[in-house]
Design a protein around this ligand. Structure first.
Ligand SMILES: Cc1ncc(C[n+]2csc(CCOP(=O)(O)OP(=O)(O)O)c2C)c(N)n1
Length: 340
């Protein structure tokens, strides 16, 4: 389902998703060409969660996210060139190359920090919500994390305080384990979390919890809109589980695309779908799903879709160029911006 938005806004959301997808494809292509930028994680496949969720934030809101953060930053309007440069460790990056992929921070976009410590952002987002409440900013705090974070003890202290003090925070869990081998539909299974339902981890604290299909941009948009409205009215936190799919890559350290780079024609030309990974192209890839929904509702033609895609690819090619041509940080800058 498409979010209930006017056509122009829907197309803006789609363009953002295309930039998110093409950004990481370009990044993978660069690393495959032999240029090493170190270990990074990709958000490919989760665009229908991040793009609509983050499009709902305003300038008073804060965002906290994880090791899988590129898509989130781009969804909030990050400049692809500055983000690519940060991942490459260049002086022109968001944090002058000192944050890198795992800790990119962009205060101007509401990202007070991103953290690779699994579960680490949950208390920070809760603290930011406390600050917003104390300062009466009417802003909300959004916290994005994976299902793995829920095994951390600090999550429960955070949920408890957020509920006790009715803090304006939206906990958005991107459950990309859904569909793991041997897992039954709708059942959560993990070797590290005993709970069978992730929602059951929030409800004992009186936190309303809802599960949505994370490849359904309309469902995510609706759930996050409701949660933010509740938080901003001072009614406390909400927990949302977005069931989504991990990108189909094979190697965890050097991401590669087993399915190839995205071919949007697969949204309308079923013959173009290769048998292998047909499941991904037909059902799991949220960008293809959103494309099909745009076509079906006649909000865009195939030509318009391909044109938007060309623009997204060109923007990301420029971003790669900018990052490659940017200078390394100077050695004498190592101790600049160090506070502790
Ligand atoms: C506290 C902590 N423990 C372990 C790790 C190593 N680690 C990095 S990513 C990851 C998996 C995280 O899974 P999840 O939170 O579900 O996010 P996903 O990668 O699936 O998006 C782990 C265990 C870490 N970074 N921090």
């Amino acid at each position: 389902m498409l979010p209930k938005l006017p056509r122009e806004k829907l197309l803006d959301l789609y363009k953002t998703m295309l930039v998110m997808r093409r950004f990481e494809e370009a990044l993978i292509r660069v690393t495959k060409s032999g240029i090493s930028v170190g270990h990074f994680h990709v958000y490919i496949g989760q665009e229908c969660t991040g793009a609509p969720a983050l499009s709902l934030l305003g300038s008073r809101d804060t965002v906290f996210t994880t090791h899988r953060n590129h898509g989130h930053l781009l969804a909030r309007g990050a400049d692809p060139g500055k983000l690519m440069a940060e991942i490459f460790g260049k002086a022109t990056g968001y944090n002058k190359g000192k944050g890198g992929t795992l800790h990119t921070t962009a205060g101007e976009l509401g990202f007070l920090t991103t953290s690779a410590i699994v579960g680490g952002v949950i208390p920070l987002a809760t603290g930011a919500a406390f600050a917003a409440k104390e300062r009466k900013t009417r802003g909300a705090s959004m916290c994005l994390f994976g299902d793995g974070a829920l095994e951390e003890g600090v999550v429960h202290e955070s949920f408890n305080l957020a509920a006790l003090w009715s803090l304006p925070v939206v906990y958005l869990c991107e459950n990309n384990s859904f569909g793991a081998p041997g897992q039954k539909a709708g059942e959560y299974s993990s070797s590290t979390i005993a709970a069978r339902s992730l929602l059951s981890l929030a409800t004992p604290y009186g936190i309303p919890a809802v599960s949505v299909d994370g490849t359904d941009a309309g469902a995510v948009h609706q759930a996050v809109q409701k949660a933010l409205a509740r938080a901003r009215k001072g009614q406390g936190p909400v927990f949302i589980e977005a069931k989504t799919f991990r990108w189909p890559g094979s190697r965890p350290v050097w991401p590669e695309l087993l399915t190839g780079e995205t071919d949007l024609k697969r949204a309308w030309d079923l013959k173009a779908i290769p048998k292998q990974y047909a499941d991904w192209h037909r059902k799991k890839d949220g960008v293809l799903r959103f494309t099909r929904e745009l076509l079906k509702s006649r909000r865009a033609t195939p030509e318009e879709i391909l044109e938007m895609d060309r623009e997204a690819q060109a923007r990301n090619e420029q971003a790669v160029r900018f990052a490659l041509d940017s200078p390394e940080p100077k050695p004498e800058a190592a101790l600049e911006d160090v506070f502790a």
